[in-house]
Design a protein around this ligand. Structure first.
Ligand code: NDP
Length: 252
């Protein structure tokens, strides 16, 4: 029970990597505020945690809105007494080649990933600085290294690495660790939607991707969740400002 008496808030916790990570943190003993823009999926994740004896509540939280973020943190702290862990998983894709990328799709991706991670980290550090304890993990991506058709997404995922390193410097003196995970191909609704958009069969897409991945398989949400849990544990208490790629090999 490495997270006994710890309280975690997960954004985008209704689905995919966020949901898996919420479950893993709860299995480790954390009380988890599962947040998502749509409270329905968040409630499903929270109910699943409670069904196996864990502690979890579901909260609506749109990470692009400061009011929504601050309200979710206040509610989680009211329920569980503190905030020790923030895992920022909320995300969207709006892929297109640069000459077709709209301002709206650029802004939506910037707001959800970069502004959303900034707003949630800013809210989290208010609690964590007062406690002199905290763990923050952002979700970057192998797309940070460049990916055709993802100028907006690649830019935010690279930006999140800078955000993690800078907040590690600013918040380190308050015993707060800030890191980022950078997943490769993980099997979630997001990658399934990409296949649909490209008109490709998802199983065939996974098989093709697996051939170029050294470990010869695509990732599962739990592959990311376990690394996030490690970074949020005291086993990683001297790790801060780092980016861990979780991609079945060294590169995208
Ligand atoms: P999912 O689509 O399964 O989960 C993302 C969740 O974020 C959804 O529940 C979504 O809600 C929610 N969300 C979207 N917009 C907002 C918002 N404004 N406020 C709060 N929540 C929001 O995707 P993944 O689990 O695959 O992705 C999780 C993170 O991992 C993302 O940051 C993604 O960029 C990153 N990532 C994913 C990879 C992959 O291969 N899957 C690879 C590398 C990084 P809704 O469904 O209602 O829109």
């Amino acid at each position: 029970m490495q997270f006994k008496d710890r309280v975690a808030l997960v954004t985008g916790g209704g689905r995919g990597i966020g949901a898996a990570t919420a479950r893993i943190l709860a299995e480790g003993g954390a009380a988890v505020a599962v947040t998502d823009v749509d409270p329905g999926p968040a409630e499903e994740t929270a109910a699943g945690i409670r069904a196996v004896g864990g502690r979890a509540i579901a909260l609506a939280c749109d990470v692009t809105s400061q009011g929504s973020v601050d309200a979710a943190f206040a509610r989680a702290a009211q329920e569980f007494g503190r905030i020790d862990i923030l895992y920022a998983s909320a995300g969207i894709t709006r892929d297109n080649l640069v000459h077709k990328l709209t301002e709206e799709d650029w802004d939506a991706v910037m707001d959800t990933h970069l502004k959303g991670s900034f707003l949630t980290a800013q809210a989290a550090q208010r609690y964590m600085v007062a406690q002199r304890y905290g763990k923050i993990v952002f979700t970057s991506s192998t797309s940070a290294l460049g990916n055709r058709g993802q100028a907006n997404y690649s830019a935010v995922k690279a930006g999140l690495q800078g955000l993690a390193k800078t907040l590690a410097i600013e918040l380190g003196p308050f015993n707060i660790n800030v890191n980022a995970v950078a997943p490769g191909f993980i099997e979630t609704r997001m990658t399934r939607a990409t296949a649909e958009r490209m008109g490709v069969d998802f199983e065939q897409m996974k098989e093709a991707a697996a051939k170029s991945i050294p470990l010869r398989r695509v990732g599962q949400p739990e592959d990311v969740g376990h690394v996030v849990a490690f970074l949020c544990s005291d086993l990683a208490s001297y790790v801060s400002g780092q980016v861990i790629y979780i991609a079945g090999g060294p590169r995208a």
